[in-house]
Design a protein around this ligand. Structure first.
Ligand SMILES: *[C@@H]1O[C@H](CO)[C@@H](O)[C@H](O)[C@H]1NC(C)=O
Ligand SMILES: *[C@@H]1O[C@H](CO)[C@@H](O)[C@H](O)[C@H]1NC(C)=O
Ligand SMILES: *[C@@H]1O[C@H](CO)[C@@H](O)[C@H](O)[C@H]1NC(C)=O
Ligand SMILES: *[C@@H]1O[C@H](CO)[C@@H](O)[C@H](O)[C@H]1NC(C)=O
Ligand SMILES: *[C@@H]1O[C@H](CO)[C@@H](O)[C@H](O)[C@H]1NC(C)=O
Length: 556
C-alpha cells in the first residue's frame, strides 16, 4: 500500500577510504568475554572454521589420554609412540557453532605442530606433524550429519613437515613451505606441478632462503612456521627470523629481498610474533602491506630466560619500489599473540604472554587483554586496549574469527602432557568467545543486515548486488562489502587468512528506500585469483564501522 510513497534516493557516497570506519566514541566499550565451554575434552592447538559453520579443532596424539572417548571403540596403536602406545581417546573434535556442541573425530597419526588449508571445494587439508604423522596428509570433507571424519594418507609428503606453513594458491593447490630442517617446499596435490623449474626434477623444491647459515639469510633457528602471504602479483611474501623475500615459487626464484625488520629480534616461531596481510582494497591501486607484531627478543628465545616480549609491530609495503619497515609500539608487549582480521578491517591481537617464549614452561605474565589495531588510523592512535579475560592463553593457544564476528579462543598447554596439577599454567580445555566492540548492543541501530544476494557464486570481475537493511543509515559513512578467507590457525599464525574489500559498482552506488529502510549496493567479484584464490569466504557488509553477520559465499 505504500508503494507510491516509496522514495528512491540515490545517495552520494565518498569514493575512497578517507572516512574513518571506526565509530568515534568507543571509550566505554572494550569488548566482552563469554565462556562457551569449560571442558572441550582436548586442548586445541590447531583450529579451522569450515563453510558449514563447523570448526575443526585438534591437539596432538602424544599428549596422553584426552577427556573425550573415541566412538565405536576405536583406538590408536603406535608401538613407537614414546608417550602412549594405545590411546582410545580423541585428539580432534568437530565443534558446531550453531548448536554449540561437538563430537570426537579420529586421527591415527601424530598431528603435533602441523599445518593446514582449505581447498576451493571446502575440503579441509591438514599436512604433516610429528613421528608417525610427519609425512601424512589428512583430509576432512565438511558434512551436515555425523558421518564425516579424517581420512589419512600416510607417506604422502615427500619430506617431513613439522612446523611448516601452508598457503592456498590461485590454481587451487596448496604450497607447503619449510618445517624443521626442511629448506624446501612441496605441493598438495603433488601430482601436477606443471611449472617449469629448471634443473629440478623432484616433488620438493629448494628454498635456500630457509637454509640459513649465512648472515644474509634466515638462520636455522627461528625459521619455523615462516610467515607466508600470497601477494596480488602471484608471488609469495615469506618471512623467517628477521628477513623476508618476495618469492616466485613457479620459477623457484627470489624476486626481491626486503630489508631486515629493525631491531635484530626474530619474529616467527619459536620467537612467536604474529603476522597478517592487511586488507586488500580493490577500490584503488592495491598496495599490499604486511604487518608483524610482537615475539621474543633474540636472547630471550633461550629456555626459561623469561625476557620481556617485543613491544613493537613492523609494517611494510611489500611491492613498493623502496620498501621500508614502519615500526609502531603496541600498548602491551606480547609473544605468542594471535592476529585475527576482523570483519571491519581492523586487526585484533589476542592471547599470549608478556615475557618468555614458545615451549614448555617457557613463558610468564599472560597477556589477558586483547588489543585492536586500526590500520587506517593516524599514526600513534592505532591501538585500543580491550577487556581482560581471567584465563591465561600461553603456548599452544589459538584464536579464530567466526561467522557472527566473534573471536573464538581455545587451548593453551605449556606442559608436555595434559597436566592440571602442580603446574603454574594448567592445560586449558575451555572455549571462550571475545566480542569486539562492534558487537555491543549500542551499535544495533547502525548494524546492517544482509537481506539477499543476487548470485549463487561470486565470479571474478562479475557484478553482484546485495540488499540490506539498517535502522539508522548514516549517509556520510562508507559502506563496504568485504570477504574474508578463514584461517588455519596454530602457533600464532593464521595461515591463508586474507581480506579483500570488493570494488564498488559506481553505476549502482547505494540505492536506498529510506521509508522501508532497505538499501542495495553493487560490487564486483575479486579481480583475480591471485587477489582471492577460489574457495569459500565469509562476506560482510560494513556500515559506519559496524559489520553485518557473515554470509558464506563461494568465489570461483
Ligand atoms: C562516550 O562513551 C562513554 C561511555 O559510554 C560516555 O560516558 C561518554 O559520554 C561518551 N562521550 C561522548 C562524547 O559521546
Ligand atoms: C572427563 O572429565 C570429567 C570431569 O573431570 C570426568 O568425569 C570424565 O570421566 C572424563 N572423561 C574422560 C573420557 O576422560
Ligand atoms: C624426471 O623424473 C622422472 C621420474 O623419475 C623421469 O622419468 C624423467 O625423465 C625426469 N625428467 C627429467 C627432465 O630429468
Ligand atoms: C605435571 O607437572 C608436574 C610438575 O612438573 C609433574 O610433577 C607431574 O608429574 C605432571 N603430571 C603429569 C600428569 O604429567
Ligand atoms: C557504467 O555507466 C557508464 C555510463 O553510463 C557506462 O559507460 C559503463 O559501461 C557502465 N559500467 C558498468 C560496469 O555497467
Amino acid at each position: 500500500m505504500f508503494t507510491n510513497l516509496v522514495l528512491f534516493t540515490l545517495l552520494t557516497l565518498p569514493s575512497t577510504a578517507t572516512i574513518p570506519i571506526t565509530p568515534k566514541n568507543t571509550s566505554g566499550i572494550a569488548g566482552e568475554w563469554n565462556l562457551l565451554h569449560d571442558n572441550l575434552g582436548i586442548s586445541p592447538m590447531h583450529m579451522q572454521l569450515l563453510h558449514n559453520d563447523k570448526i575443526v579443532m585438534f591437539d596432538r596424539t602424544d599428549f596422553g589420554p584426552s577427556n573425550v572417548t573415541l566412538p565405536f571403540n576405536r583406538c590408536r596403536y603406535d608401538p613407537f609412540d614414546p608417550v602412549i602406545q594405545k590411546d582410545c581417546t580423541a585428539h580432534s573434535i568437530l565443534y558446531d557453532l550453531q548448536t554449540d556442541t561437538y563430537r570426537p573425530l579420529s586421527i591415527q597419526t601424530d598431528t603435533w605442530c602441523s599445518s593446514g588449508a582449505v581447498l576451493s571445494d571446502g575440503t579441509m587439508v591438514q599436512t604433516g606433524g610429528f613421528n608417525d604423522g610427519d609425512h601424512t596428509v589428512r583430509t576432512m570433507d565438511p558434512c551436515d550429519d555425523e558421518t564425516c571424519d579424517w581420512v589419512e594418507y600416510h607417506g604422502y609428503l615427500s619430506e617431513r613437515r613439522w612446523y611448516s606453513t601452508d598457503q592456498i594458491l590461485p590454481d587451487g593447490r596448496i604450497i607447503i613451505i619449510g618445517g624443521r630442517q626442511q629448506s624446501n617446499y612441496e605441493f598438495y596435490p603433488s601430482s601436477s606441478p606443471d611449472y617449469f623449474i629448471p634443473s629440478l626434477n623432484t616433488s620438493s623444491f629448494w628454498l635456500d632462503f630457509l637454509r640459513g647459515g649465512t648472515v644474509n639469510e634466515a638462520i636455522t633457528e627461528n625459521n619455523l612456521y615462516p610467515f607466508v602471504h600470497l601477494l596480488p602479483d602471484g608471488n609469495l611474501f615469506i618471512f623467517a627470523n628477521i628477513r623476508s623475500v618476495v618469492f616466485d615459487y613457479k620459477q623457484n626464484h627470489v624476486v626481491k629481498r626486503l630489508p631486515p625488520i629493525p631491531g635484530d629480534d626474530p619474529r616467527n616461531y619459536p620467537s612467536s610474533g604474529s603476522s597478517v596481510l592487511l586488507p586488500l582494497d580493490e577500490n584503488g591501486p592495491i598496495d599490499p602491506e604486511v604487518i608483524i607484531c610482537g615475539g621474543a627478543p633474540r636472547d630471550g628465545s633461550r629456555v626459561r630466560s623469561f625476557a620481556r616480549a617485543i613491544p613493537t609491530c613492523g609494517r611494510i609495503k611489500v611491492t613498493s619500489e623502496d620498501p621500508n619497515w614502519e615500526i609502531e609500539t603496541m600498548p602491551i608487549a606480547r609473544t605468542m599473540g594471535d592476529m585475527v582480521i576482523l570483519p571491519n578491517g581492523e586487526v585484533i591481537i589476542i592471547n599470549g604472554a608478556g615475557s618468555g617464549t614458545a615451549g614448555w614452561g617457557n613463558a610468564r605474565d599472560p597477556v589477558t587483554r586483547p588489543v585492536i589495531y586500526h590500520p587506517d588510523g593516524p599514526p600513534n592512535t592505532r591501538f585500543s586496549v580491550m577487556q581482560s579475560t581471567s584465563r591465561p592463553r600461553l603456548y599452544n593457544s589459538v584464536a579464530i574469527l567466526v561467522t557472527d564476528g566473534r573471536v573464538l579462543v581455545a587451548g593453551s598447554n605449556p606442559n608436555p602432557f595434559y597436566n592440571f596439577t602442580n603446574v603454574e599454567f594448567p592445560s586449558e580445555l575451555s572455549l571462550e568467545a571475545f566480542l569486539p566492540p562492534y558487537l555491543a548492543k549500542e551499535y544495533d541501530p547502525l548494524r546492517p543486515e544482509i537481506l539477499s544476494i543476487d548470485v549463487e557464486v561470486i565470479e571474478y570481475r562479475k557484478p553482484l548486488m546485495l540488499m540490506f537493511t539498517v535502522l539508522k543509515f548514516l549517509k556520510l559513512s562508507r559502506v563496504t562489502v568485504r570477504i574474508i578467507a578463514p584461517s588455519f590457525t596454530t602457533h600464532s599464525l593464521g595461515m591463508n587468512q586474507r581480506m579483500v574489500v570488493l570494488k564498488e559498482d559506481k553505476n549502482v552506488s547505494i540505492v536506498g528506500d529510506l521509508f522501508m529502510k532497505t538499501y542495495s549496493i553493487g560490487v564486483f567479484g575479486p579481480s583475480t585469483a591471485e587477489i582471492a584464490p577460489p574457495g569459500y569466504y565469509l562476506l560482510y557488509l560494513v556500515h559506519a564501522g559496524i559489520p553485518s553477520t557473515g554470509l558464506w559465499v563461494k568465489v570461483e
